[in-house]
Write a protein that binds this ligand. Structure first.
Ligand SMILES: CC(C)(COP(=O)(O)OP(=O)(O)OC[C@H]1O[C@@H](n2cnc3c(N)ncnc32)[C@H](O)[C@@H]1OP(=O)(O)O)[C@@H](O)C(=O)NCCC(=O)NCCS
Length: 449
């Protein structure tokens, strides 16, 4: 409309003819040179404007300012609570006994058993059934042995226990993937032998200098996979051409810096809040716990999924750096779980969800089974190191299914996104707080009494 008017005006007063009548000498000499055009305001969605960098910075500044008071109060009331000795005591009860480190070294036995079994299977010295049985026993022991040690050996600290069980769980998921992929390779070579298919033959791989089965069954290949930032095995991972030193050092610097910030914030900010809210059954819903817990979780996300995994990938020249996608834009709970932890999601899809679907199970059943498995591991990783079985983590994970249904059914767009954020900001710290509360009641209440 305005554009049409502009056009009309320029026709009435052409640029070559100055408009002076009734306006005086200060009137514009060139009325055709208009200062308006048809355009949307930047904040209208129709403008297509998307650069909200400044708004993001504003959010960060607001967050810092609104929490600085609490932070300063803590500093004035309790002094500096950060104690480097505490870092060591989180991992070790006794400086001469390193059970967590020993357990991590022992995990190599399970890795070697899996490799040896696969080698025997490739040579035909073991039948598929016996091979599967050995793998199953190996993985069952991998799951139960560290849990038993953590529960029975008092010198394993909670943080040490979490580190051990985390390592063993990662190894377990990797070995499961290793077993599956090698089995698929054997199936494929049997099929090829039957069809004598040239297109799938190994010769093309040799030309491209790629590894083909059973040439992958080496110590070097196995340990590359164990250290690579993925849970899904492949014979030929995408590789980056070289290690970029500047990228590597930037990630290392970020890792150290973020670790120090997380540790400092935890000691100075969280511990006083936890201690002040430890009255039985007092559930802190006034966001004084939720906000710092959530910020620490966000920092942990960046520290682990961006800095640490990229550092490892760069060091190993591992090409696939998609460790997360834009989960912060999730408009549904399903989208969040598909995108926030890509290594776990990929493993779930490839080794659990799709095999269930292929066996004829319904989508609903398969999704529930994946969430059940995930809930089990969440509970395992929290309850065993804390030596306290409460099922909060399990229930929190299982609650994702009805929550996903509710958000998907009733909320869309920004409302859906807000619902996901609220579930992360309030739901997850709630589960953490329940564990902290119960841990405190069990350990310190009794001591106090
Ligand atoms: C359960 C879960 C795996 C479902 O994932 P999803 O992406 O929503 O699953 P979808 O139904 O959309 O299907 C995914 C894939 O299965 C395929 N698929 C769907 N139905 C299929 C069927 N009947 N047969 C074969 N394949 C099928 C789809 O084509 C799709 O394939 P693609 O990945 O190649 O595109 C996912 O929500 C998940 O990972 N949850 C747990 C996450 C978790 O616990 N993380 C822990 C982080 S700490």
């Amino acid at each position: 409309m305005a554009l049409r008017q502009t056009g009309d005006l320029s026709r009435v007063y052409p640029a070559s003819r100055p408009m002076t009548a009734g306006i005086g000498s200060s009137a514009p000499r060139d009325p055709g040179n208009n200062c308006h055009k048809t355009q949307e305001s930047l904040l209208s969605s129709a403008s297509g404007y998307k650069n909200y960098r400044g708004v993001l910075n504003w959010c960060v500044v607001m967050l810092v300012l609104s929490n600085a008071r609490l932070f300063l109060e803590n500093l004035l009331r309790y002094g500096v609570l950060v104690d480097p000795i505490q870092v060591v005591s989180l991992f070790l009860n006794d400086p001469y006994s390193w059970p967590a480190a020993c357990l991590v070294i022992v995990s190599n036995v399970f890795i070697l058993v899996a490799l040896y079994t696969e080698r025997q299977l490739s040579k035909g010295s073991l039948s598929e059934l016996v091979g599967l049985l050995v793998h199953c026993i190996n993985m069952a022991v991998l799951l139960t042995f560290p849990a038993a040690v953590v529960l029975l050996v008092p010198s394993v600290t909670s943080v040490g226990g979490l580190f051990v069980l985390g390592t063993y769980t990662i190894v377990l998921l990797k070995l499961y993937s290793y077993k599956d992929v090698n089995f698929w390779c054997r199936e494929l070579s049997t099929m090829k032998a039957k069809k004598l298919s040239r297109s799938l033959s190994c010769k093309s791989h040799i030309r491209e200098r790629k590894v083909c089965y059973p040439g992958n069954l080496t110590l070097r290949d196995m340990y590359y996979f164990i250290f690579a930032p993925t849970l899904c095995y492949e014979l030929n991972f995408p590789r980056s051409p070289k290690i970029r030193m500047s990228f590597l050092l930037r990630r290392l610097f970020e890792m150290v810096r973020k670790y120090l910030i997380i540790f400092f914030s935890f000691c100075q900010w969280m511990i006083p809040i936890i201690q002040s809210s430890m009255k039985p059954l007092e559930v802190n819903l006034n966001l004084s716990f939720q906000v710092p817990n959530h910020l620490l979780w966000l920092m942990f996300f960046y520290w682990f999924f961006h800095s640490s995994l990229n550092f490892t990938a760069e060091l190993l020249r591992f090409g696939d750096r998609q460790f997360y996608k834009d989960w912060w834009n999730s408009e549904s709970v399903t989208y969040f779980w598909q995108n926030w932890n890509i290594p776990v999601h990929k493993w779930c899809l490839r080794h659990f969800y799709k095999p269930l679907l292929r066996r004829g199970f319904s989508k609903m059943f398969s999704q529930s089974a994946v969430f059940f498995l995930s809930a089990f591991f969440h509970e395992y990783l929290v309850s065993v190191p804390l030596r306290m079985f409460r099922l909060w983590a399990f229930m929190g994970m299982m609650a994702q299914l009805p929550l996903a249904w509710f958000v998907g059914r009733f909320l869309r767009g920004n409302y859906g996104n807000a619902a996901v954020w609220i579930s992360i900001i309030i739901g997850q710290p709630f589960a953490v707080l329940m564990y902290v509360h119960d841990y405190y009641v069990i350990h310190y209440r009794q001591e106090g009494e």
